[in-house]
Design a protein around this ligand. Structure first.
Ligand code: 8YV
Length: 330
């Protein structure tokens, strides 16, 4: 469909794998950002004006204001499964196709969620800091005692593909009891494959020894875990967030950690990231990672390829592989 005179114009908003960029450059006129600058909202508008498509990551906010300023934009392909950076109603109203990058990151992200939960329960980061600081001078019977994963109760809030993959690890690999809460209950065969039992949110909070958050961010899920929810958890419990910043009230969590209302937390995502609430930096019983749950080379390449495939398919045929909105027929 594409030829030299009518090649669609596409902006790739962040640095990406050179081989994926090369594929895009073979069919589109590309504005790229291989220096990987983080553009302000105004700079993003300027780079998207006159462009037909955008390759975005979770860092680029596609707002109503941007869509108004860029009326020729037809598609935004997100290199992320989450798409809370899209104002989806505004995109749909403007006839802009949105796509995400699901499935290719499920197992990798579940691996990381499990790793972060284990590091949190077994105090891996805290004890490493102790060792590096030269404080390890002798063994003692209760030094860095944490809590068990095997046989414990794993609580999962948000039982989509990643939640189910974490549940399977816990149930089949570690003999955990798995309880979950989700907007909708899974079909019985899916519940059985995860060994998971559906409970209401209060029961989940009260029963979980290790609570993992894997729900999408939206206005409704803002501060799903705040002071009131933390108060329902066991003092011995851990909380792991690999979902999105804003699902947890970070100030309330820092307080709960400092006061040992819960034992520990593992956080890969933060409100206002890459800034991290200063109180979280000052409590020892938290493992902090910089939004890397999907970060293996193979998975990041698959995510970038899927976003690129969505763009190439769209401009070749009008179809996409992984839409997040449905446009009225044009
Ligand atoms: C991305 C993510 O690395 O896919 C998601 O939703 O949170 C991560 O895997 C990040 O959003 C960058 O696009």
């Amino acid at each position: 469909m594409t030829n030299q005179t009518s090649r669609p114009k596409v902006t790739v908003c962040r640095g990406i794998f050179p081989e994926v960029l090369a594929q895009l450059e073979s069919v589109f006129d590309v504005v790229h950002n291989q220096q990987d600058d983080v553009w302000s909202a105004q700079e993003l508008i300027e780079r998207l004006q006159g462009q037909d498509g955008a390759f975005t990551t979770g860092s680029e906010r596609i707002s109503g204001e941007l869509l108004q300023a860029c009326p020729q934009l037809k598609i935004c392909a997100n290199m992320a499964v989450g798409f809370n950076n899209f104002d989806l109603p505004a995109m749909t109203a403007a006839g802009v196709q949105g796509t995400n990058a699901p499935d290719v990151l499920t197992e990798t992200t579940a691996d990381f969620g499990f790793a972060l939960m284990m590091a949190t329960a077994r105090r891996v980061a805290e004890s490493e800091h102790f060792l590096r600081a030269g404080h390890w001078t002798r063994w003692s019977y209760d030094m860095f005692c944490g809590s068990d994963i095997h046989g414990a109760t794993l609580g999962i809030l948000g039982m989509g593909r990643i939640g189910q993959a974490i549940a399977k690890r816990g149930f089949h690999g570690f003999g955990m009891k798995v309880v979950y809460h989700n907007r909708s209950r899974l079909a019985p065969d899916l519940e059985a494959s995860c060994g998971a039992q559906y409970v209401d949110k209060a029961t989940l909070l009260a029963q979980a020894d290790h609570l993992v958050l894997v729900l999408p961010y939206s206005a409704e899920s803002h501060h799903t875990i705040g002071a009131a929810e933390l108060a329902l958890m066991k003092p011995s419990a851990t909380l792991t967030n690999i979902a999105r910043g804003g699902i947890v009230d970070d100030a309330a969590l820092a307080r709960a950690l400092r006061e040992r209302q819960i034992a520990a937390a593992g956080l890969d995502v933060f409100e206002g990231e890459p800034s991290v609430h200063p109180d979280l930096l000052n409590v020892p019983n938290v493992v902090l990672t910089p939004h890397i749950a999907s970060a293996t080379l193979a998975t990041r390449k698959a995510m970038a390829q899927l976003a690129a495939d969505n763009l190439m398919r769209f401009f070749a045929s009008g179809e996409v592989l992984t839409p997040v909105n449905t446009l009225a027929a044009r």
